[in-house]
Each structure stands twice: as structure tokens, then as C-alpha cells.
Design a protein around this ligand. Structure first.
Ligand code: DX5
Ligand code: ZN
Length: 220
């Protein structure tokens, strides 16, 4: 049976109370903390870096999944590994040497992954399937929380699922952007096993109620 994971994105958390927010969302049932890093260069927004990752690390036992929306990627990877990241993903267009960046993540003791924007083809995966632990399909264009799910992402998830199954490798398939209680089952049916949700969880007063409702949808 597929192991489903819920990964709340702290982009929509209250940054003035971040330690408390991450503790609360883990208590509410989060499997992973999704950590969005934006540089106002690769994407038109600016968020948080390794210092904040290091600050929240002692507050949570679950893996921290660092989603790099930065260019270049290589020089920030060791800093995130030292700050306690467990998974580090980046966008292939943001790295000049895909294979090297993936290797760098693993050499620093983290799981590695590639992220695909709605308009980015999956062919970047072709020669690096043995170097990745996660594929992240964006179901919005990166840069902001609270956007609407782009339905075409379902086809892309299904295509990535086929590639993973054909490879026979243990690779997580994550979806990120506009995931809500009412569309999480469709993303799972397409083949996703890890679900990022920012505004759907942190935008509501009861995190556990949302996470439980998402799990109920996944159990159907
Ligand atoms: C967008 C980020 C997402 C974002 C998701 O660039 O990568 O992780 O926080 O937020 P929601 O779930 O609100 O779309
Ligand atoms: Zn993200």
C-alpha cells in the first residue's frame, strides 16, 4: 500500500510564531515540513534561508523538505544540509550542472530531488533517475502560496509515476501548489504520494481537522 505523506508548507505559517507553528502542525499530523526558499531572482519573491531552517530544526522531529527556488543552487546546498535539511530539491533550469548539483546534495547527506514547473518537461529526468530520491511536480507557477491548482499537473504526475515505476526505484512523488481537501484524492489517483499544502492548512484555525480530512480523502 502506498505510504502517503502530508507536507505542510510553512510559507503560509505565521512567521512571527514560527517555532510554535511548526510544533503545532507536526502535532496535528504533518509527516514532513515543506520549506520554501525564494531568492527574488529565480522567482519574484523573497523568503527564508538556512538560518531559519536551523532555528526550526530543534522544534520538529519530522524531515525538513527544502524546496529551493533559487539560482544558482550549488552554493546554498551545503548551508541547508548543515542547517538540518533532510531533503533538498531544486529546479533543473536553475542549475548549470544538474548531475553535479544532485550529487552535491547527496554528498552532504541529504535526499535529493528535482522540481518541475508547469511548463518544464520531464525529460530532465532521463539520465539522472539513479541520483534522485524525490520528484516534485508543481501544480502552480512557483513564487507564492494561495494560488489555484493547475489541472494539467495531473497528467504530469501520471507521467512521472510511470517513469518511477519503470525505473523500479524508490522515489517519492510530491505535488506542490493549490492542494486542498477537495483535490488531494485526484492528485493521489494520478500517482502522487507526498502532498504539499500551505494555505489549505495554515489558513485554517484547526490544522488537525484539515490534515485528518486530507487523510480521509486519501483512504477512499
Ligand atoms: C509555491 C510554493 C508552495 C506554496 C504552496 O511556490 O512552492 O510550496 O507554499 O502553497 P499553497 O498550498 O497555498 O498553494
Ligand atoms: Zn514549495
Amino acid at each position: 500500500m502506498t505510504q502517503f505523506r502530508i507536507a505542510p508548507s510553512i510559507l503560509s505559517a505565521d512567521f512571527a510564531r514560527l517555532g510554535e507553528e511548526v510544533r503545532n502542525v507536526v502535532t496535528a499530523g504533518a509527516d514532513i515540513i515543506h520549506f520554501d526558499v525564494m531568492d527574488n531572482h529565480y522567482v519574484p519573491n523573497l523568503t527564508i534561508g538556512p538560518l531559519v531552517c536551523e532555528a526550526i530544526r530543534p522544534h520538529v522531529q519530522v524531515p525538513i523538505d527544502v524546496h529551493l527556488m533559487v539560482k544558482p543552487v550549488d552554493r546554498i546546498i551545503p548551508d541547508f544540509a548543515k542547517a538540518g535539511a533532510n531533503i533538498i530539491t531544486f529546479h533543473p533550469e536553475a542549475s548549470e550542472h544538474l548531475d553535479r548539483s544532485l550529487q552535491l546534495i547527496r554528498d552532504n547527506g541529504c535526499k535529493s530531488g528535482l522540481v518541475f514547473n508547469p511548463g518544464t518537461p520531464l525529460h530532465y529526468l532521463e539520465h539522472v533517475m539513479d541520483k534522485i530520491d524525490m520528484i516534485l511536480i508543481m501544480s502552480v507557477n512557483p513564487g507564492f502560496g494561495g494560488q489555484s491548482f493547475i489541472p494539467h499537473a495531473l497528467k504530469k504526475i501520471a507521467e512521472a509515476r510511470r517513469m518511477i515505476d519503470e525505473s523500479g526505484r524508490d522515489i517519492m512523488l510530491e505535488v506542490d501548489g493549490g492542494i486542498k481537501i477537495d483535490n488531494i484524492a485526484a492528485a493521489a489517483a494520478a500517482g502522487a504520494d507526498t502532498f504539499v499544502a500551505g494555505s489549505a492548512i495554515f489558513g485554517k484555525p484547526d490544522y488537525k481537522a484539515v490534515i485528518d480530512a486530507m487523510r480521509a480523502e486519501l483512504a477512499n
